[in-house]
Design a protein around this ligand. Sequence first.
Ligand code: NOJ
Ligand code: CA
Length: 537
Amino acid sequence: MSEFTFLTGSEDWWRQAVVYQIYPRSFADANGDGIGDLKGIISRVPYLKALGIDAVWLSPHYPSALADGGYDVDDYRNVDPRLGTLAEFDEMIDALHAEGIRVIIDIVPNHSGSGHVWFQEALRSPKGSPARDRYIFRDGKGENGEIRPSELVSHFGPTAWTRITEPDGTPGQWYMHLFAPEQPDFNWDNPEVREDFLKTLRFWSDRGVDGYRVDVAHALVKNLANGHLPERASYDLSLVKHDGSDDLFDRDEVHDIYRSWRKVFNEYNPPRMAVAEAWVHPPVNATRYVRSDELHQVFNFDLLDAAFNAQQLYGLMSAAIDLMKSVGALPTWALSNHDSPRVASRIGEVQSRALALFVLALPGSCYVYAGQELGLPDGVIPDEARQDPIYFRTKGTQKGRDGARVPLPWSGEAAPFGFTSGSPWLPLQESWKELTVEKQDTDPKSSLNLYRSALNLRAEHLVDNGEVQWIESPEHGRKNNSLLAFKRGNVSIYMNLSDTPIEVEVSGKLLVVSAGIVDGRDGKVTIPPVSTIWLHH
Ligand code: NOJ
Ligand code: CA
């Protein structure tokens, strides 16, 4: 692999990186089958370069039956043929690296897909066999084993146990799946499972992958000792024990796994990094995942459902900063991802711009979900087009996450807006005509150009520019939900959340504004309604 120059060259490039999340099937389709692919990503590298991101995080790219959008992995060391080949994966890495963009891939260690060779082997093998021990197979209760082994609900609907048919055709054992039945949970007490993931981490690291996003990182180890089986009627975090002894989540033993992973990451130069998707409570438990011999980052999901409210945002942001500071780490920020409604739909387009510009000035790293830079709202999905297992497993009572997964609009006047020459796997909205990359590219006031400027200016003025000093304004405080402001080094950031202009006594050079016209004179600056500004002093 050739040597490349990265925008942030240091070993801890990730600490303040802007990471752009690509849901591969929704980004760009190069061969017209309606599904985004690796060639599509390669064709858009110039777009990513111009955006100014530091890294890409690719949601799962592995062979998969797509029972859960690729989070059901059938082969951890290969590429979904619908997305491309291993050679194209290498080509994609090289193309991104050549532009100084790092690559983080998703790793899904809690469960495989049911098409995985190990699960298929387990189905063919007898009860009690080593093949079954890689997963969590148990006998049912009742006279004929017809009652599920425990009362454990799945994240996606009714139960976390599915009964199999034994090779001789009789109804057989049950296996555990915290998510869909097509996602059998691994038994992490099995050394073969542990070894296999180390092999997978080396496989991709050898190919030049810079980091990993660890799916449900807090759930790998379960309390299964001495015939015990977890029971749970809901996944309300408040039901989870906080002291590392919960049956399912955030157990002390899970950290041993990450210690072994970290050793593998450190075999590489630069060391590979990892970010944990760990839903833990209280928040201080999250810091355990980023101890110096474990993973590097842990997602903070607080902003995914925070209101556009100064008090609440202040509370969440300052708490996250302080918490991470207590362990010498920086926070991570995310306004959208593939599991939650898009921020523009949730709080409004103008609001989401203001919030994004505010967050991009905070210390730490920012995860930007593809399409967020376009101000894309959720897609409207007809029920017959839905794909999310949540929709099916709840019998339609929950609509699921497809709305946030609609492909990106690139160009042209009609759907599918250059995403594909064929028929897209989820429908793009005709109303996105004004939101295409092509339209926004040349419009200086577009959301896309706001992100481009912000990322540029962030690299220039804010990375490594000191801690957050919150600015208290007696008149327009957080309490009346009008103004939220802070200073970092020689840059001040003001967000006006109200729908009237706010005048503050400050002078400086305007770097960027999220919307509206800024008026500044005689030591005063007027911040437009629902808008954020960066001022340089
Ligand atoms: C979290 C992923 O982000 C989500 O999309 C997936 O359904 C679950 N983990 C299960 O893998
Ligand atoms: Ca394709």
